[in-house]
Write a protein that binds this ligand. Structure first.
Ligand code: PMV
Length: 372
């Protein structure tokens, strides 16, 4: 920050280092952990990175924080300004863990001012933890080490692999949001042997994802709680036994750009994960009648030859409809016609996380204080 006094005013130039990370939709799901504290998954997963649903996060080291862990965080919301986050517990614990990881690569001193913005509404059924923790990880590492872009971070030794492994500790699925296209998270034989990589680029096979907000009322159980319950389901061992083959099959379908084959796999996969959820103790229902009506309509319309689209579901009631980009507008219109109370978000295959620097010049009265 550079201050040039001009009488009672000061011209202030601030560098904003901003990380942007996309959300992702799992085609083969991560559900159940081998080690909860390390977010070591019970199985491999395969996801598609999105392009419209994303989190943008700016982090700056506070010049005047009372204690190093006095982080401040605020959410910028569309139309409603900036809201300070009151309960920073989980994020502060994560940032203090991250600080120790970042320190060997340079500096990791000071408390952070964090401003974050989701491109999607918070109650829309897209989990913000994947994009949120991926963006936070990059923004915090950049702020502490004083780096301005991903190349600089990589030159310090903070590689994509390391960023992904760090983001994973915030939220498991965040590790896949560092990368673009189709991403394979390999469980590994030990927590340290996990590997996350893009297996196909977004250009290999752009697909549309219509996220259908059909049920805003369903009660949500946190994914942390849901993961913990997974192994209480008698179906979990059966699921584990077949997942390796299913993932291989899905990767082949992506390689061949065979939508019918991929679609059939992802529907079975989503239903199987939800069967585990519904047979866990306590039982976890993430969807009810509106989602079932939607699935029935989609399958009947497909069988009648009216559309080429397949669904998947995350830990929530709102289906993701996967189809060819050239069919998306017509399918979207059919959905809105059939389910007039719903809204849709039109997303597609996207690229991985980025880090950019922008410069802001402002005139401030001396004595003004920072803060959201
Ligand atoms: O990253 P978490 O702990 O929110 O778990 C994500 C779980 C699912 O979204 C249901 C599946 C997945 O692989 O993303």
């Amino acid at each position: 920050m550079v201050n040039q006094p001009t009488g009672k005013k000061a011209i202030q130039t601030t560098l904003h280092v901003t990380a942007t990370a996309p959300s992702n939709i799992a085609l083969i799901k991560y559900w159940g952990k081998s080690d909860a504290s390390l977010n070591w998954p019970a199985n491999d997963s395969l996801s598609m990175t999105l392009s419209q649903a994303k989190t943008t996060t700016t982090a700056n080291v506070q010049p005047d924080a009372k204690t190093p862990d006095a982080h401040r965080m605020a959410f910028k919301t569309t139309g409603a300004g900036t809201i300070p986050v009151r309960d920073l517990g989980k994020t502060t614990r994560y940032l203090e863990w991250l600080r120790n990881e970042v320190r060997p690569f340079g500096s990791a001193e000071g408390a952070l001012d964090i401003l974050t913005h989701n491109s999607f509404p918070s109650s829309c059924g897209i989990a913000s933890s994947a994009s949120g923790f991926a963006a936070l990880t990059i923004a915090a590492a950049a702020a502490w080490t004083g780096t301005k872009n991903l190349d600089e971070l990589h030159r310090l030794g903070i590689t994509q692999d390391i960023l992904s492994a760090w983001a994973r500790r915030g939220s498991g699925s965040a590790c896949r949001s560092i990368h673009g296209g189709f991403v394979h998270w390999v469980r590994g034989e030990a927590p340290t042997a996990q590997k996350v990589s893009a297996v196909f680029s977004p250009d290999h096979w752009p697909l549309a994802d219509l996220i259908v907000l059909i049920d805003r009322g369903a009660k949500s159980i946190s994914s942390t709680e849901g993961h913990a319950r997974a192994f209480t389901s008698p179906l979990m061992n059966v699921r584990m036994a077949g997942l390796g083959e299913r993932l291989k099959d899905a990767a082949q379908a992506i390689e061949m750009r065979d939508l019918e084959r991929l679609g059939t796999i992802i529907e079975s996969e989503a239903i199987e994960m939800h069967s585990v959820m519904m047979t866990s103790h306590p039982r976890t229902d993430y969807f009810s009648a509106p989602t079932i009506a939607f699935i029935r309509w989609l399958r009947e319309s497909r069988a009648a030859g009216n559309l080429a689209a397949w669904f998947t579901l995350d830990a929530g009631p709102n289906p993701h409809v996967i189809c060819r980009p050239q069919d998306a507008a017509a399918i979207n219109a059919m959905i809105l016609d059939k389910f007039p109370g719903s809204t849709t978000i039109h997303d597609q295959t996207g690229f991985g996380a980025t880090l950019q620097t922008s410069q802001e010049t402002s005139t401030r009265h001396q004595g003004d204080s920072d803060g959201y």
